[in-house]
Design a protein around this ligand. Structure first.
Ligand code: SAM
Length: 281
């Protein structure tokens, strides 16, 4: 990847001034101004030239410019109309030979659906808006089954939660739901100073290699069980799942049928356990 077209601190400030953009916390606007970090993220995604990438929150285009010369299409979903409106011109000016690969959709990524896109994405690569990072990630995984690779930057603490293993204190709803889709791993930690403005905390990269181990149609049965199992972390499954199965006795029977000790807490269950339970629900 050639570096010259990527955005550094001066270009980021210039673009923001031109657009009169003051980054807002509400929209999680922290813009990358470090080409090395952009290269690192794109490298960690291990994309192929045929990939169609959906990018959430392209902002001023830092990561977008690192993607357009690597894959065949980039579909960028941006909620802020000023940023969405400016992005095609930024890419046309800095990477004209790849400008045709970019489509910008001015939309809320939490609400985007298959019919809003004119191609089926194969990968999700994004520096996600931090306040909605997990809901956006789970929405896109659910809505676009063609996505096979995910590489997202989120708050470090959220990255740790997403990749947490059963039994750990931070293992919870996001860990199980992400694992439903495939193998989740941490792909590095990013310091604060590669962003403008610098956030208060470090960021982490999460990679998901999506697979078809768990049939998608089971999601509607499995996810409510996961939500219920973690709603009261200190209670046993027999009691947290009573509402899902009708009574504590029925929950106990279902747990036993799935080979799970009803006296355990949700935090001990793997995604495979939840899926077995969901098949019987
Ligand atoms: N990708 C850019 C970068 O790395 O410099 C910007 C990342 S910034 C952390 C998050 C971006 O997401 C902002 O551009 C913000 O306007 C946008 N955003 C916030 N909420 C969004 C939503 N619900 N849907 C789409 N974009 C959103």
């Amino acid at each position: 990847m050639a570096a010259s077209h990527l955005l550094g601190p001066a270009e980021i400030r210039e673009l923001a001034a031109e657009l009169d953009v003051t980054p807002t916390k509400k929209l999680g606007q922290n813009f990358l101004h470090d080409p090395n970090t952009v290269r690192m993220i794109v490298g960690a995604a291990e994309l192929s030239p045929d990939d169609v990438v959906v990018e959430v929150g392209p902002g001023l285009g830092s990561l977008t410019l690192g993607l357009v010369d690597t894959v065949s299409r980039v579909i960028a979903l941006e909620i802020d109309p000023r940023l969405a409106g400016r992005l095609p011109a930024t890419v046309a000016a800095r990477a004209p030979e790849f400008a045709e690969r970019l489509t910008v959709v001015n939309t809320d990524a939490l609400k985007v659906s298959r019919t809003d896109l004119d191609a089926e994405p194969t990968a999700l690569v994004a520096n996600l808006p931090y306040n909605v990072s997990v809901p956006v990630l789970l929405h896109l995984l659910a809505e676009f089954p063609t996505i096979k690779r995910v590489l997202v930057m989120v708050q470090k603490e959220v990255a740790d939660r997403l990749a947490a293993e059963p039994g750990s204190k931070i293992y919870g709803v996001p860990s199980v739901k992400a694992a439903f889709y495939g193998e989740v791993s941490r792909a590095g930690t990013i310091g604060k100073h590669v962003f403008w403005p610098a956030p208060n905390i470090e960021s982490g990269l999460v990679r998901i290699d999506v697979d078809d181990t768990n049939p998608r149609e089971l999601r509607g049965k499995v996810f409510p069980l996961v939500d219920a199992a973690f709603a009261q972390r200190r209670k046993t499954l027999r009691s947290t799942l009573a509402g899902q199965f009708g009574s504590a006795a029925d929950a106990e029977a279902a747990l036993r049928a799935a080979g799970i000790d009803p006296g355990l807490r949700g935090e001990k269950l793997t995604v495979d356990d939840f899926v077995r339970l969901g098949r019987g629900a």
